[in-house]
Design a protein around this ligand. Structure first.
Ligand SMILES: C[S@@+](CC[C@H](N)C(=O)[O-])C[C@H]1O[C@@H](n2cnc3c(N)ncnc32)[C@H](O)[C@@H]1O
Length: 467
């Protein structure tokens, strides 16, 4: 049963903190910076013009833009909009009403309570495996008949943008010779995209064995186009240590320049243990200075849509729906915040889990990575001209190649709504030197704070003595 903590519960302990800080403590210590604003901040708003560019795509209501590009992520009031999602383990939630009364709760006490066993041992991974295994490969002709033909193309466009973005960050290596991990590669929809970057080696991993087989076949069918070395691994990235798989595949020392995780990471947020395992798998073989990036559902947007419903738990259009089922409207667990997603012809009512982005960021920081990108799709697809402020689509050529727009040069509102449900993310693994510098900076800050406390103590003692 889920335990709901009151703020008082979480603040009244006087226990001393254990010496070695667990992940939970570190996350909890960071919690106070997620303050809840009284109302959705103006900072989050995008003007109508800012989303209205070439070609004309439907607009997203300003209040539904959760992350503001111009605001640093740390201080973005919109990021904190879902701070109600935060708690320190699977079984705790924070009541919205309680948090509102005390916007900066000290959750240290919660951090001192050891978390329960981390895995839910649910059958959601099995459901995902079965679902994706059963998903038929569709011919191009059939794909044309699909209600979401252009939406698929649009998602491919965004994926291509992220891939090109991070390949470019690698410098010359991004043009030839990179080593890439595709985490949750599916049936190999990105094999050809990688081919364009002329990598040296791509490792494809997915939980669905049938998908991996199809992926391998696709690779084998295009020997002249896909000249890179490839490995294909069946594994639940949320439960299996990929190190063991690399040994089995005879690539124990593989090191990645890029780790791409497209529309997959949210399956790992069923439990703390699973999320941690997935993140470790993503970054443990990533070279320092290199990148882990991808696409995930935008939890801020999903939660806002859900909370704006006057009744029921489902929202969507004629091509998709998101159903929060039994979810409590006033509190969400950090891990295991489940909803069901349906997308016409692509996803059949599959359980998925919210990723609270500030938490992901904290977990990534614990793994020595810094956030370099977090934007809703509806912003990321545009480039802004610095002199005029005008926004245009980043790469119309790629968009037309992926057929991301219909004959009218747009996407219908019903499909655009799905686009709005997602965001892009990117993290860079710090070098050892950078990690040392950050540790030093933290140490200095701590010393500074301790000195202030010492001074205040002295001053108080003096004052007492005086009176
Ligand atoms: C929406 S598909 C995306 C596939 C591919 N990345 C793409 O963009 O075309 C999600 C993929 O995640 C995989 N997946 C789900 N849970 C997983 C897990 N625990 N470990 C590895 N792969 C998983 C599914 O099998 C599926 O192939």
């Amino acid at each position: 049963m889920k335990r709901t903590s009151t703020v008082a519960d979480l603040t009244n302990s006087t226990d001393e903190a254990p010496k070695k800080k667990s992940f939970l403590e570190q996350v909890s210590e960071k919690l106070p910076r997620f303050k809840i604003p009284k109302k959705t901040s103006k900072n989050c708003s995008k003007t109508a013009e800012s989303t209205n560019s070439l070609p004309s795509l439907p607009e997203i209501e300003p209040s539904e833009h959760p992350i503001n590009n111009d605001t640093p992520l740390e201080s973005s009031p919109c990021v904190s909009d879902t701070s109600q999602l935060l708690s320190s383990d699977n079984n705790q939630t924070i009541q919205l009403s309680e948090v509102r009364e005390q916007p900066s709760p000290d959750l240290k006490t919660a951090a001192q309570t050891p978390p329960p066993p981390t895995d839910n041992q649910g059958d959601n991974a099995a459901l995902a495996r079965q679902h994706y295994n059963e998903l038929k490969e569709v011919s191009l002709a059939k794909r044309h008949e699909s209600k979401i033909f252009n939406l698929r193309g649009f998602n491919n466009y965004v994926k291509s943008l992220t891939m090109n973005d991070f390949l470019a960050r690698l410098g010359p290596l991004g043009k030839r010779g990179a080593t890439i991990l595709d985490l949750g590669c599916g049936k190999g929809g990105d094999l050809r995209k990688w081919g364009l970057a002329k990598p040296a080696h791509v490792v494809c991993v997915d939980i669905a064995d049938v998908s991996i087989e199809q992926c391998r076949n696709r690779y084998r069918e295009r020997p002249t186009e896909l000249t890179y070395k490839a490995n294909f691994i069946v594994a639940d990235c949320t439960r299996v240590d990929l190190d063991d798989k690399y040994v089995e595949e005879n690539i124990p020392d593989v090191e990645f320049d890029l780790v791409s995780c497209q529309f997959v990471l949210h399956y790992g947020f069923e439990s703390q243990g699973q999320a941690k395992r997935m993140i470790k798998n993503a970054v443990s073989h990533l070279k320092p200075g290199c990148f882990f990036f991808g696409t995930i559902p935008n939890s801020n947007y999903l939660v806002k849509k859900y909370l704006s419903l006057s009744e029921g738990s489902r929202f969507g259009s004629d091509v998709y729906y998101v159903d929060f089922l039994e979810a409590n409207r006033t509190s969400f667990p950090v891990f295991g915040a489940k909803y069901v997603f349906y997308l016409d012809g692509a996803v059949k009512e599959l359980p998925e889990f919210l990723i609270h982005f500030p938490l992901l960021k904290s977990m990534m920081e614990d793994e020595g990575c810094e956030c370099v990108l977090a934007e809703p799709f509806t912003d990321y697809i545009y480039r802004t001209d610095p002199s005029t402020g005008e926004r245009t689509l980043k790469d119309v050529e790629v968009l037309s190649r992926t057929r991301g727009l219909n004959d009218q040069g747009t996407l219908p509102e019903s499909e655009w709504e799905v686009v709005a449900c997602y965001m892009v993310f990117g993290f860079r693994k710090l070098t050892d030197e950078e990690r040392e510098q950050r540790r030093d900076r933290k140490r200095r800050k701590l010393e500074h704070a301790q000195n202030i406390i010492k001074m205040l103590t002295k001053f108080t003692t003096l004052t007492y003595n005086y009176f």
